[in-house]
Design a protein around this ligand. Structure first.
Ligand SMILES: O=C(O)[C@H](O)CO
Length: 376
């Protein structure tokens, strides 16, 4: 019997690799002969770098870069097992965790450090880069990222603008002549956590600005700065990035990548499926065990268990897909439509969140073993 084990991480408890190990232990207690193939998964959100590094036998690299407030921070990214693909989560360099209640200020925060990570990856031989967008402290449209890669953003007097989305209203000229030429040929795939446009009521500033410290007046300022930025990009670079789905991700970093590189925007789980080779590994599979910390109807909008189920069933239509979750929310019946045949909560009873987190591995093992006993 061939069983694919392809969970996401269980946030705060286990990496995807650790979750897969715990599930495998349970299955082997009941089905010692089963051929288990472990594929740590992710959907582009937090944990994606770790899962892809683990799934491909890659390695982590840590680099000092400029944090969102201009401070030095240590940021990690992954080089995958093929040695030529880098995976960067923008939040590692420019994330919300680097600011606090007193310092968060999306008028001034910058994605410069994300650009430095990308440059470091190119310097170390990456030809393909996967960038996870989301969890940012920034609202600068990716101008900081582009600046780190050689673009100059000038005001009407020809002076370089300071960091931050609040300065973009004064943008007069984009000088992209110094843009790193390696970006011409690098394949960049953006794994976005949202599909919002750059500006407007559904845009980066209106929807995500408040969580980064913007009040109503600041949201209006930031939104008009990004609209002006998009207009200058349109005029001077001939690219229209304002309304593209995902352009508003990570404070408009999506738009920055679309404006200054040949990046393609894709669903995060799709990128992970492609990179791990999940579909080909699933040929002839009888069962698939997937899972995530929390599962509910939203899982069908592109989260890991859904993307996993679709990839596995594309390879083996008769494969049964079982999802294990720390918490099971409303509407899980809807998940059958997207290929998840059954969902099991792993908690043994009413316990505190901390207890549930602490016991995630043995709980996964116990439930996987019991399901495997039914199968056997
Ligand atoms: O970083 C952000 O702005 C949100 O996570 C949406 O991408």
């Amino acid at each position: 019997m061939k069983i694919i084990i392809a969970p996401d991480s269980f946030k705060g408890a286990l990496t995807a690799q650790e979750a897969a190990d715990a599930i495998e232990t349970g299955i082997h207690k009941a089905l010692p002969e089963a051929e288990c193939i472990k594929v740590p998964m992710a959907d582009g959100g937090e944990g994606t770098v770790r899962s892809l590094v683990d799934a491909t036998g890659g390695r982590m690299v840590t680099v000092p870069v400029t944090g969102p407030l201009g401070q030095e921070v240590e940021a990690g990214y992954g080089i995958l097992g093929d040695g030529k693909t880098a995976v960067i989560e923008m939040a590692a360099a420019s994330g919300i965790q680097f600011v606090d209640e007193n310092t968060k200020n999306p008028l001034v925060t910058t994605t410069y450090g994300t650009g430095q990570l990308l440059e470091h990856a190119l310097d170390h031989g990456a030809h393909e880069v996967i960038i996870g967008l989301g969890g940012s402290a920034t609202n600068d449209g990716g101008a900081g990222m582009a600046r780190a890669l050689g673009v100059r953003f000038l005001d009407a007097d020809g002076k370089e603008l300071p960091y931050g989305g609040g300065a973009l209203g004064r943008l007069a000229t984009i000088d992209a002549t110094g843009l790193d030429p390696r970006l011409e040929s690098a394949r960049i795939r953006l794994a976005s956590d949202v599909t919002n446009p750059l500006t407007g009521p559904q845009g980066a500033s209106a929807v995500f600005g408040p969580q980064k410290g913007a009040d109503e007046a600041m949201v209006r300022t930031l939104d008009s700065c990004l609209a002006h930025y998009a207009a200058v990009i349109r005029e001077q670079l001939g690219r229209d990035v304002e309304d593209t789905a995902g352009a508003g991700a990570a404070g408009g970093l999506g738009a920055g990548f679309l404006a200054f590189t040949h990046a393609e925007m894709k669903s995060g789980v799709q990128i992970v499926v492609e990179t791990t080779g999940l579909t080909s590994k699933s040929m002839g599979a009888d069962y698939c065990f997937t899972g995530e910390g929390g599962i509910d109807f939203q899982t069908k909008f592109g989260k890991t268990p859904m993307g996993t189920a679709q990839a596995v069933k594309a390879a083996s239509p008769s494969c049964k897909v079982v999802a294990l979750a720390g918490s099971v929310g409303d509407g899980i019946d809807q998940l059958r439509e997207v290929g998840i045949d059954a969902v099991f909560g792993i908690s043994p009873g009413a316990v505190s969140l901390q207890e549930a987190i602490d016991h995630t591995a043995p709980n996964l093992t116990r439930v996987a073993e019991n399901i495997a006993r039914l199968i056997s």
